[in-house]
Write a protein that binds this ligand. Sequence first.
Ligand SMILES: [Zn+2]
Ligand SMILES: [Zn+2]
Length: 164
Amino acid sequence: MAVARNRSLRPGPVAGRHLDDGHGLWRYADRIAVRCHRCAAPGWVVRGSRTAGFRCLSCSLVLEEGNACGCGCCGAGTWVGPVRYSGRRPCGYCGHQWLHAQAHRAVASPPLEALPVACAQCGRSSDVSVSVQPVRDAESNDPYFGMPLLLVERTRAGLLWAYN
Ligand SMILES: [Zn+2]
Ligand SMILES: [Zn+2]
């Protein structure tokens, strides 16, 4: 019973607080206690002078914010947390515009490239190519890589979390 009530309370207040206090929150974001998304070992996301990084002492996973390969195209590739997919195209059978694809995933891997969408007009299903966006205002994830925070406590009032 308590679990069901917490779930219903979670999205509203926590999301609002995160957005409204976003500026102040960054002051605490230089060292963030997280759980490695690969092996669940505790670790630290540390913000350097220009970028943030994570190094897992347990499974040796290394994440560097931004330039994974130096080309500037890999920024999205370091995000492991919640993602939103979206895309649209005309129906492949009757030309009806548009078929809208939308999906939400709690983790970025494995990535989706297309989603099947049923046409509202002819009812047949077409694959719609989707693009991915990191969900950075999700609760209890670090803002650089989206890894789950270590300091998280479920309370009767909802989810309580801290960066450090
Ligand atoms: Zn690890
Ligand atoms: Zn159609």
